[in-house]
Design a protein around this ligand. Structure first.
Ligand SMILES: NC(=O)c1ccc[n+]([C@@H]2O[C@H](COP(=O)([O-])OP(=O)(O)OC[C@H]3O[C@@H](n4cnc5c(N)ncnc54)[C@H](O)[C@@H]3O)[C@@H](O)[C@H]2O)c1
Ligand SMILES: [Zn+2]
Length: 357
């Protein structure tokens, strides 16, 4: 069992990582006394795989619990689904001493977290992330919310869970494409923060792709420790937290221009190579390190180049539209070494154009 504390003063909470912990959550929650009654929120796929099992377990441990589901997929992360879930809670008579359990990927965590943050002005919230992406990224940091037709994640709140449970075993059922996409974020942590972890990922590729539990536990705990450190130092994304955006400026543009046919992790992988090339062009990063970054991504079946057919003007348009822009300047997170990045808004447009070409 790995226990990690996300240090946010009075809102600090533990992340518990252990194989098989899914079957011990009932017992552990009963001890913690976070809420009187729980509503598990899960998408249709995860509800079938793990929802009923968790519901039975909570009830078996003497807790009153319900399970609410919604159709799997990003398309459900919207205001109508959010409204339906709130209405369901009201109909079921949930009150402010009751709690929400988000069981699922990032879509469920963001949606259920936003429900928890706003139902009766906020009720206790527990996260059980079940995708690699949600375990290493979206379940740490307290960002919750939904999409609007006008853009992704435009409505939401910062809201921290009381506890997060991660069971490496649940990744066994995750489609390979989703797993590989999550690996882009894992590799990102190595590049921005931890050279040793980067080397570990290079040398343990086979065991990781085979989803060996011990190795997965190590990558979950290291990734969460890094994200937790960054987030604890800077909860509201003023400064340090921006380093987590490595690969995402160009990545988001590629993702948007592909009309989301290129999945997030693949787009971020492309964005990380582009950022490394920009850093090299600015004489901040050695060519050999650009190659190392490109190679590790390739080894994990991640994309490294912007598709040639993709319209470069559109990509430039999306980069400029990125919501992280401050006073018209695009901030790029650039590696200066494996394990170290800087944030700069002083990149020459010519350099960007060369890298995009
Ligand atoms: N809050 C944050 O800080 C943050 C950070 C990164 C991403 N996000 C958000 O996360 C979302 C993406 O998350 P995601 O990639 O987890 O998507 P997701 O929640 O849609 O899950 C992907 C798919 O995997 C299925 N699934 C989940 N767990 C499974 C399992 N164990 N076995 C089999 N299938 C399983 C789901 O049903 C779904 O079809 C986006 O909406 C993104 O905006 C949020
Ligand atoms: Zn990401």
């Amino acid at each position: 069992m790995n226990e990690l504390i996300v240090g946010l003063k009075e809102r600090s909470y533990p992340i518990l990582i252990d194989h098989g912990c899914l079957d011990m959550i009932g017992e552990d929650l009963a001890r913690r006394k976070i809420a009187n009654r729980y509503c598990i929120i899960a998408d249709s796929t995860v509800a079938d795989l793990y929802g009923k099992r968790l519901l039975d377990e909570l009830r078996h441990n003497g807790m009153d619990a319900e399970l609410l589901t919604f159709a799997a997929g990003e398309a459900s992360k919207n205001l109508p689904t959010y409204g339906d879930l709130l209405s369901e809670l009201a109909r079921l008579g949930f009150d402010r001493r009751d709690g929400i359990i988000a069981l699922g990927g990032g879509v469920t965590g963001d949606l259920a977290g936003f429900v928890a943050s706003s139902y009766m002005r906020g009720i206790p919230f527990v996260q059980i992330p079940t995708t690699l992406l949600s375990q290493v990224d979206s379940s740490v940091g307290g960002k919750t919310g939904v999409d609007l037709a006008e853009g992704k994640n435009l409505v939401g709140a910062f809201y921290q869970p009381k506890v997060v449970y991660m069971d490496p075993h649940v990744l066994a059922t995750l489609p390979r494409e989703e797993f590989v996409g999550g690996m882009a974020e894992v590799i990102k942590y190595g590049i921005i923060y931890d050279h040793e972890f980067f080397d570990y990922l290079r040398t343990h590729r086979q065991a990781i792709l085979a989803r060996d539990s011990d190795v997965i536990e190590k990558i979950l705990s290291t990734s969460c420790r890094i994200k937790a450190e960054v987030v604890a130092a800077d909860e509201q994304e003023a400064n340090l937290r921006r380093i987590l955006n490595f690969g995402h400026t160009i990545g988001h543009a590629v993702e948007a221009e592909s009309r989301f046919t290129i999945i997030h992790g693949q787009a971020v992988a492309i964005g990380m190579v582009a950022a490394a090339r920009i850093a090299h062009a600015c004489e901040m990063l050695a060519e050999a390190d650009v190659e190392k970054i490109r190679n590790i991504l390739r080894e994990y079946d991640l994309a490294t180049e912007i598709p040639t057919a993709m319209d470069r003007d559109k990509i430039r348009y999306y980069i400029l539209r990125d919501k992280k822009i401050v006073s018209g300047k695009v901030a790029y997170v650039l590696p200066t070494d494996i394990g170290k990045v800087v944030v700069t808004d002083a990149v020459d447009e010519g350099v960007i154009n060369d890298v995009l070409a």
